[in-house]
Design a protein around this ligand. Structure first.
Ligand SMILES: C[S@@+](CC[C@H](N)C(=O)[O-])C[C@H]1O[C@@H](n2cnc3c(N)ncnc32)[C@H](O)[C@@H]1O
Length: 238
């Protein structure tokens, strides 16, 4: 299925790629991957993204006294740090697929917090019991997965958590998308963070694609935002 959804236009279908980001490759110097994760952490701090995403997560567990929260694809753990600051009794399992990221999170503040467990985990095959969590969060990561794996994340996230919150890049209408890509492309060969940003943009799912993926996974999905703001999807079991 195209990233722009089953009815995507020809131009939209041209604005996608199967190329992996540096973060997805095993043949890349680990220092390059770390630089991308570090840039995500810093830009998230500068622009208040981790805090904004944590607020969105908090809204989803507002009625639950001591929520158990699973962060998938945490990268640097910035979102989980903000959740800990905002909620006095939430407990978190902070995870990523990439062993270096898990090691860096473990060595930082989150690794020694009594309310936090840090683990390596694949979002497509989550090592947890059914309904183990009130909320699973997957931020700026869903576009990394091709449709078949994205369907598995939807099924797995809603199996282990009552709600799966996906926050990701929006896929703009094609003319705007071309402009966004044109702004980034000149720096992409030189700056790994921008290289991954271009590929992320080309791989972002549209609302129609998210609905089709949820349908395939057999889960309900509610969508918010997404034109020039982050795309927010809340998936729940049927
Ligand atoms: C762009 S980073 C986002 C990091 C962080 N969540 C943020 O908001 O900045 C994408 C993250 O998804 C992780 N990832 C990719 N595929 C994954 C999978 N199948 N399961 C879990 N994490 C995955 C990568 O290792 C990376 O840390």
């Amino acid at each position: 299925m195209p990233r722009g959804g089953p009815q995507a236009s020809c131009l939209d279908r041209a604005l996608q790629t199967d190329l992996p980001e540096y973060l997805d490759r095993d043949d890349v110097d680990p220092a390059v991957k770390r630089s991308v994760v570090r840039a995500l952490e810093l830009t998230g701090n500068w622009f208040g993204l981790h805090e904004r995403f944590a607020h969105i997560a908090m809204e989803e567990v507002a009625d639950i006294p001591d929520p158990r929260i699973l962060e998938l694809g945490a990268g640097h753990g910035g979102l989980s740090k903000k959740v800990l600051e905002m909620h006095p009794t939430a407990t978190l399992t902070v995870t990523d697929l990439e062993p270096d990221s898990v090691a860096a999170i473990t060595a930082g503040d989150l690794g020694s917090d009594p309310r936090v467990t840090v683990r390596d985990m694949d979002a497509t095959a989550i090592d947890a019991a059914d309904s183990a969590y009130a909320l699973a969060v997957f931020a700026l990561s869903f576009h990394h997965l091709p449709p078949s794996a994205a369907v598995r994340v939807l099924a797995e996230g809603t199996r282990v958590a009552d709600k799966l919150l996906i926050i990701d890049l929006p896929r703009p209408p094609s003319p705007l998308h071309v402009m966004r890509l044109a702004a980034m492309l000149p720096l992409a060969p030189f700056v790994p963070f921008v290289h991954d940003g271009v590929i992320s943009s080309l791989r972002a799912y549209s609302p129609a694609a998210l609905r089709a993926l949820a349908d395939r996974a057999g889960v309900d999905i509610e969508l918010r935002g997404g034109l020039c703001t982050p795309q927010i999807a809340i998936a729940t079991r049927r």
